[in-house]
Structures are given as structure tokens and as C-alpha cells.
Design a protein around this ligand. Structure first.
Ligand code: FES
Length: 138
């Protein structure tokens, strides 16, 4: 989602624009270490997150990735705001798909590019692995 301009070249209303937020879901994560289940649990989480976003926040982008180097704490996902912070989560369950979308909406509407603690789903509090500052952080 790009709210900085429109297809006809005119600037959009930046007062109502939300920054781009993407949820990256690891489709390769297994349900547990050594599991041979196919499709993998990460693929199920990816599909559930896409369904949740379609209902809750169609402007949030969902992307599939293969391995976020968080395998032992998977299923894993990342919520990244283009001009803000990036959050890595682990130990996610299928029922957390909507929570990921809620987290994406929270960070999209925050004034400082951080995901606010208030209103954040519990799984995004307990299962946060890391947060990464924006590229231009001072
Ligand atoms: S396979 Fe999902 S984090 Fe490595």
C-alpha cells in the first residue's frame, strides 16, 4: 500500500494516509521440531493470516517467506512498518492470525512508528523475539 501518491500522479491526502505495513509469515515453520506434517504449520498460519487481513485490514500486505532464522521458536512472523519499527514474533498459533493483523493495524496508526503496548494482543506481548529500529533511527 502506498499512500504517498495516486496512479494519476496527484498527491493523496497525507492527513489520512497510513504508512505501509507488511506481515511476513514464515511458511516453512514446522508444528514442532522434526514434524513431517505437510503443508507445514507455517503455511497454515500464512493462509489464516491472509484470511484475517482480508476481513480486518485489506490494506495490510501479507508476504510469505521461507525461514526467519527463528525455527526453534516457530511458527514465526514479522510485522514491519516501512518508516517505523520491525517486530519478530515466535511460538505463534493458528488462532494468532487475527492478532498479527491487529498488531499491524496498531503499528500503522501509531504516531512514533512503534507498536503500542496498550491494545496489543497478548501473544504479541509474550511471544516477541526482537524489535528492530527503523533504518534512519537516531
Ligand atoms: S523455518 Fe520458520 S523460522 Fe526457520
Amino acid at each position: 500500500m502506498d499512500f504517498q501518491g495516486t496512479d494519476d500522479g496527484q498527491e493523496s491526502d497525507t492527513a489520512t494516509a497510513k504508512p505501509a505495513v507488511t506481515i511476513f509469515v514464515c511458511a516453512s515453520c514446522r508444528a514442532s521440531e522434526g514434524s513431517t506434517e505437510e503443508p507445514r504449520q507455517g503455511t497454515h498460519l500464512l493462509n489464516a493470516t491472509m484470511e484475517a487481513a482480508a476481513q480486518q485490514a485489506p490494506d495490510v500486505t501479507i508476504k510469505s517467506v521461507n525461514c526467519l532464522s527463528n525455527c526453534k521458536r516457530g511458527p514465526s512472523a514479522v510485522i514491519a512498518r516501512q518508516d517505523g519499527w520491525t517486530y519478530v514474533f515466535g511460538h505463534l498459533a493458528l488462532e494468532n492470525a487475527g492478532d498479527l493483523v491487529t498488531g499491524a493495524e496498531l503499528i500503522a496508526t501509531s504516531a512514533d512508528g512503534l507498536m503500542p503496548w496498550k491494545g496489543r494482543p497478548d501473544c504479541l506481548k509474550r511471544n516477541m523475539i526482537a524489535r528492530i529500529p527503523p533504518f534512519d533511527f537516531n
